[in-house]
Design a protein around this ligand. Structure first.
Ligand code: TYD
Length: 208
């Protein structure tokens, strides 16, 4: 993939993106593509400290949004922009679509505020490819309940919250369809994995 690509993974909790990260790493490695794997909130020492706070401490929705973008600002400046400038592909487990979905949709802050924070934090930078793991929140909740003994603040939210998160993600797809690959996360790991490889190959073909 030349020049370096910015790839993000998104979806509601329990949609299965973590299971596919290893497969994506493997594909990038076999293609000989230099990459940096990172995550949000987090990705820097300050960002990881903020992650611990936002995942555990009760706070007002706007505080939550500002902390997500504070972590992101650091992440873009310290990790994402330098890696892309050095010709490395960046693979990030979540980015600003998560803020649009969780804070804009789930917490009902609306998209205008999120758009303002995006413009301030990373004007001109959007992912080249966003893999959206789309899943009915009822199924996702079952997966989260089976897989985790301790649930963070977001995973403990009710179904209506995740319905709003999912709808906000799909609104992002409608607004910027060119960079999204929407995956039906109800399908088997093999099927979803194959769709991901096709999307990565298409991105590589577009950029080489
Ligand atoms: P997640 O990727 O689900 O971590 P893990 O797989 O280790 O549980 O991310 C943590 C949570 O943070 C997730 O519930 C979504 C939330 N989040 C936001 O609400 N807004 C954001 O901007 C980001 C990046 C994440």
């Amino acid at each position: 993939m030349t020049p370096a690509a910015f790839i993000t993974l998104e979806g509601i909790d329990g949609a299965g993106k973590t299971s596919h990260l290893e497969r994506i790493r493997g594909w990038l490695t076999t293609q000989g593509i230099a990459f940096v794997q990172t995550r949000e909130p987090g990705g820097t020492p300050l960002g990881e400290t903020l992650r611990q706070l936002v995942l555990s401490q009760p706070m007002a929705p706007q505080t939550e949004a500002l902390l997500m973008f504070a972590a992101r600002s650091e992440h873009v400046t310290q990790v994402i922009a330098p890696a892309l400038a050095a010709g490395k592909t960046v693979l990030s487990d979540r980015f600003s679509d998560a803020s649009a979905a969780y804070q804009g949709g789930g917490r009902e802050l609306g998209l205008t505020r999120i758009a303002e924070l995006e413009a301030w934090t990373h004007a001109g930078l959007q992912p080249d490819l966003t893999l959206l793991f789309d899943l009915d929140p009822v199924i996702a909740a079952q997966r989260v309940a089976q897989g985790r003994s301790v649930q963070d603040r977001f995973e403990q939210e009710q179904l209506a919250f995740f319905e709003r998160v999912r709808a906000a993600y799909l609104a992002r797809v409608a607004a910027q369809p060119e960079r999204f690959c929407v995956l039906d996360a109800a399908r088997s790991i093999e099927h979803v994995g194959a769709q991901i490889i096709l999307a990565l190959q298409a991105l590589q073909a577009r950029r080489s």
